[in-house]
Design a binder for this molecule. Structure first.
Ligand code: GTP
Ligand code: MG
Length: 213
């Protein structure tokens, strides 16, 4: 990409993410999904990794998506319309791998998440969020494999970078990048973020815009 193209993309991102963004609806089951009329980018990842917080930071507004200290806060697929007229949608997902919920609930979320990620034709990219303190877990690897098989492009995003030392962060980024290289649908670049400090937010906005527009 040339510098001019990059600058144009940044300008589009700045406009879209500071302009109208509105909650559209929650879907507890696939039959409640909005009509697939426009591109979508989804936030996936284990419970409590910071999906809803990152969506809020990206959209530059607190409280758009609900966040909580307690894992299992987001329980449905939440759709947010970006742009007026509508340009694309952001989708905040429930966390996977939340062991404390009743097994039936875990199963139900799991099915909802998998079916959505695998079967949504308008899904342009998934952001797979990983807590930088923990790195990739087997459950993440399962989701990555599923996305590879469904040929859904995804970006691995390290979250809560403010919580660990720079040296540890560099090491987890390197390990994560090495694993990404072995996955056909994973973007080779790892985006390192903090919803607390704003680290990596511009980069992530660009990645979303590139995928969605
Ligand atoms: P579920 O909806 O339960 O799956 O969680 P989630 O992935 O949406 O996480 P959420 O955004 O609700 O954040 C979980 C907790 O982590 C909250 O207490 C946030 O304040 C905190 N958190 C999220 N992002 C960051 C970050 O970048 N830095 C720090 N220090 N805390 C964060
Ligand atoms: Mg959430």
């Amino acid at each position: 990409m040339t510098e001019d193209e990059q600058a144009a993309l940044d300008e589009t991102a700045r406009k879209l993410f500071s302009g109208p963004i509105a909650f559209l609806k929650s879907a507890p089951q696939l039959k409640f999904l909005p009509d697939p009329t426009v591109s979508e980018v989804a936030f996936a990842g284990r419970s409590n990794v910071g999906k809803s917080s990152l969506l809020n930071r990206l959209a530059n507004r607190n409280g758009l998506a609900r966040t909580s200290n307690t894992p299992g806060r987001t329980q449905e697929l939440n759709f947010f319309d970006v742009g007026e007229p509508l340009r694309f949608r952001l989708v905040d997902m429930p966390g996977y791998g939340f062991a404390k919920a009743p097994p039936e609930v875990v199963k139900q979320w799991r099915r909802l998440i998998n079916d959505f990620l695998r079967g949504r034709a308008v899904l342009k990219r998934a952001l797979v969020l990983v807590d930088s303190r923990h790195g990739l877990k087997d459950i993440d690897r399962e989701v990555m494999k599923m996305l590879d098989e469904a040929a859904v492009n995804y970006h691995l995003v390290l979250t809560k970078a403010d919580k660990i030392k720079a040296s540890e962060l560099a090491a987890v980024e390197e390990r994560t990048a090495a694993e990404a290289r072995a996955h056909s649908a994973a973007h080779p670049e790892i985006v390192v973020t903090s919803s607390e400090t704003g680290l990596g937010i511009d980069r992530l906005r660009r990645a979303v815009i590139e995928a969605a527009l």
